[in-house]
Design a protein around this ligand. Structure first.
Ligand SMILES: [Mn+2]
Length: 350
């Protein structure tokens, strides 16, 4: 702490964003979850947390929007070896099912593999729940760093128990409301279905950037009535093409949210030029500045960001470049900064 200079390059032994904080000094604790068991298309998101951590030293700690966002303290926990081991076993099992497209009738080995994947998914959820709840009880703000988008389920439950009713602000190219996609109860493609079905304290979901979904998912969110508001990429673009300023659209998005908000951010909600190696990239989506502006408006509106998750950041295979992690860590810094503002721990600039 004594030698920390926010204007110079980070020390080799410093933590996330080159910061000197230990967990005890940090208002925000980042929980890495290197998990990608049910990833159906590209792999690599389990390497996301380590890649983000490695890239994060490059951030300039000065922020144009928020005064000294690092001051309340940010700490990333080391990865759990246990979680890594569960991921390896679950992923190997899941691959057997994915190869069959989930059609496993009469295939005993595949049925057993599905059971293994589902059980380990359940165990992972319990682990994330336990860790998140412990941190919240200790007065910490929690950010979950995936991994694929199945990982925050346990944190959603912990937030419901700790904070009561809240709304989800969900950035994603995908609706993630499939019912047990390919047979996996805890699929990355089912996270919002599971959350909305099982966690009544989630009183609202507002989805932004959605542009790849099936008819059943469309019906599911429609049937939720006032509990779900979807700002499809198509709708956002129509407004954009008609000349509507983003700040107007973004204000309307924020207005759909209740007082307490959890932000669930799938990096593929952004334009895939910003996340080329993510598991399921889809053309379209938001610019980083647009997403950050929207998150800033949530904080400026007086709402409380009770926590967040950032998922599906996947580094280039073989460490070819760090672009995906570079963008991911900058988004993470913005999430941290605006979360602090929403908690009254930092002030926003005009
Ligand atoms: Mn997702």
């Amino acid at each position: 702490m004594l030698n920390f200079d926010p204007n110079s390059a980070p020390d080799a032994d410093s933590g996330v964003f080159g910061l000197p904080h230990q967990e005890k000094d940090a208002a925000l604790v980042l929980l890495p979850v290197p998990w990608e068991a049910t990833t159906s298309y590209g792999g690599g998101t389990s390497k996301g947390p380590a890649a983000i951590l490695a890239a994060s030293g490059q951030v300039d700690l000065f922020d144009g929007d928020v005064h000294r966002p690092y001051e309340p303290g940010i700490f990333m926990r080391p990865e759990s070896k246990e979680v890594r081991a569960w991921n390896k076993t679950a992923k190997a099992a899941a691959q057997k099912v994915i190869k069959l497209g989930g059609r496993i009738e009469g295939d005993k080995a595949a049925q057993k593999a599905l059971k293994t994947a589902n059980e380990l998914g359940s165990r992972l959820n319990d682990w994330v729940h336990r860790e998140t709840k412990g941190l919240m009880k200790a007065g910490k703000i929690v950010g979950i760093i995936g991994g694929d988008h199945s990982v925050p389920y346990g944190a959603f439950r912990a937030a419901a128990e700790h904070h009561g009713e809240y709304g989800l602000l969900h950035f994603d190219a995908h609706s993630d409301t499939r019912v047990a996609y390919e047979g996996f109860t805890w699929s990355h493609a089912s996270i919002m279905y599971n959350a909305l079905e099982n966690i009544p304290q989630i009183t609202r979901i507002t989805q932004v950037g959605i542009r790849d979904f099936c008819e059943q998912e469309h019906e599911f969110t429609r049937a939720l009535g006032g509990r779900a508001k979807v700002f499809f990429d198509r709708d956002i673009n129509r407004r954009r093409f008609a000349g509507e300023p983003w700040t107007k659209t973004a204000r309307e998005i924020v207005a759909t949210l209740p007082k307490q908000v959890w932000i669930s951010f799938d990096i593929d909600g952004l334009d895939p030029k910003l996340c080329p190696h993510t598991g399921t990239p889809v053309p379209g989506g938001l610019e980083l500045a647009e997403a950050a502006h929207l998150i800033g408006l949530v904080a400026r509106s007086g709402r409380t960001i009770i926590g967040f998750d950032l998922n599906e950041v996947s580094p280039a295979p073989g460490g070819k470049d760090e672009w995906d992690a570079n963008v991911g860590m900058r988004l993470l810094y913005k999430l941290a900064a605006w979360t602090f503002v929403s908690r009254g721990l930092r002030k926003a600039r005009e």
